[in-house]
Design a protein around this ligand. Structure first.
Ligand code: LLP
Length: 400
């Protein structure tokens, strides 16, 4: 449940809006930094999860790098203070201008996803009379046990170079004179909850693939294992800071050599969701309580255009009635909570048990900090929901 102190401060703000708990974000980033030092990892925050300037500023100020997936993300990460030497750039369809911008800015790595892309990066670096730092993203053909749409490491997915091209890849890398080949990149999916199992399997596959390329005479100085750590959408308050320790430990242990030593390469990760999901809440107002034939609908003023995850992936987000906090002891009822957009998939949750709710109540849609505001659109010509930031004492820091 959101802190009751904040309720008074936000009740007059026009809804819907995204509310960010900057203290929770700070605590989460501090924990990531502490554990990355303990396990010897370099962390690049996946900007795609939430690209708000204030969020990026907080993350950059703790020294994390950035993982970007478009030229605009690279340029914005630079603008918000992420050093070029800590920026990675992934994506299957980088255009020439995006590659050129990344190379000109001397970012740490372009994570190339196909052989044709490697050739283009090499030729652009030649044209600019420089060398481009690259990783090659590998498709390890591993099932991340997550939603089909956010699984990226299977051969049926468009991402990375698959095993049948490994020989050709090794030959190509030997030939490209304007590339500084740094290592291998992997990212097998998102919202991974089966952490120990999935990542241990991935690590053993990574060790085989690294040996294969070393056997071909390529030096692997870095390995980037991408993001993917899942968060608890059902009960966001039970573990507001996700379990980074289990994730990092599983990776560090899984990549040890047969003799039990740490690998010779430097390890990188790219978490997005796990850093920002729990600090964000979509705050919305209940516009109508509508009695259907056999159920009661709560109709909110936020819709799928503000947060598309339930409509797109059938994702679960916890819904809370904030105003009911001031009515202790109110009876509970079963509701379908829905948005106002003209689509039947604009549903926050079916059969949710909530305190009896009334027109005008403030509602919270939790765990909305990742892939929320960044994926919003103006469908139905609706306004984009703004952001409101508050600190640990329940004071509003900024509103826009
Ligand atoms: N690195 C790469 C190359 C990625 O493609 C992604 C996310 C990440 C890192 C960060 O993954 P995370 O730690 O956030 O799981 N819109 C979807 C999620 C799409 C994730 C795409 N890739 C959702 O709302 O669930």
């Amino acid at each position: 449940m959101l802190d009751i102190n904040i309720l008074d401060k936000i009740k007059e703000i026009r809804t819907p809006f995204y509310l960010y708990d900057m203290e929770l974000l700070e605590n989460t980033v501090r924990e990531v930094v502490r554990l990355s030092e303990k396990y010897g990892m370099e962390v690049h925050y996946a900007v795609k999860a939430n690209a708000n300037a204030r969020i990026l500023d907080c993350i950059a100020s703790h020294g994390l790098g950035a993982d970007c997936v478009s030229g605009n993300e690279v340029l914005f990460a630079l603008e918000r203070g992420f050093p070029a030497g800590k920026i990675a750039f992934s994506g299957v369809g980088k255009t020439d201008w995006e590659i050129e911008a990344a190379v000109r800015n001397g970012i740490f790595s372009l994570n190339c996803e196909s052989l044709p892309e490697i050739e283009v990066v090499d030729s652009i670096a030649r044209k600019l009379n420089t060398r481009a730092g690259i990783f090659v993203r590998i498709n390890p053909n591993i099932d991340a046990h997550t939603h089909k749409y956010i699984t990226t490491g299977l051969e049926e997915n468009k991402f990375g170079v698959s095993e049948h091209e490994f020989d050709a890849l090794a030959d190509l890398l030997q030939r490209c004179e304007h590339l500084d080949f740094k290592g291998l990149h992997f990212h097998i999916g998102s919202q991974i909850l089966d952490v120990e199992d999935v990542y241990a399997t991935e690590c053993s596959r990574v060790r085989d693939i690294v040996s294969y390329f070393e056997g071909k005479g390529l030096r692997i100085a870095h390995v980037d294992l991408g993001g993917g750590l899942g968060v608890d959408y059902t009960d966001p308050d039970s573990r507001p800071v996700p379990d980074f320790e289990t994730w990092f430990r599983t990776l560090a242990e899984g990549l040890r050599t047969d003799s039990g030593h740490a690998p010779s390469y430097r390890l990188h990760v790219e978490p997005g969701r796990s850093i920002v999901a729990q600090c964000g809440t979509l705050v919305t107002r209940l516009i109508y309580v509508k009695h259907g034939a056999d159920k009661t609908f709560l109709i909110t003023d936020a819709g799928m255009n503000d947060l598309i995850r339930p409509a797109l992936y059938g994702a679960y987000h916890k819904v809370e009635n904030l105003s009911a906090l001031t009515r202790p002891g109110s009876a509970e009822k079963k509701y379908d909570v829905v948005g106002p957009v003209c689509e039947s998939s604009d549903v926050w949750g079916e059969g949710r048990i909530l305190p009896e709710s009334f027109r005008g109540d403030l509602m919270a849609i939790r765990s909305a900090g990742a892939y929320g505001q960044v994926m919003a659109c103006r469908y139905n010509m609706r306004d984009l929901a703004p952001a409101v930031y508050y600190d640990g004492k329940g004071e509003i820091l900024e509103q826009y």
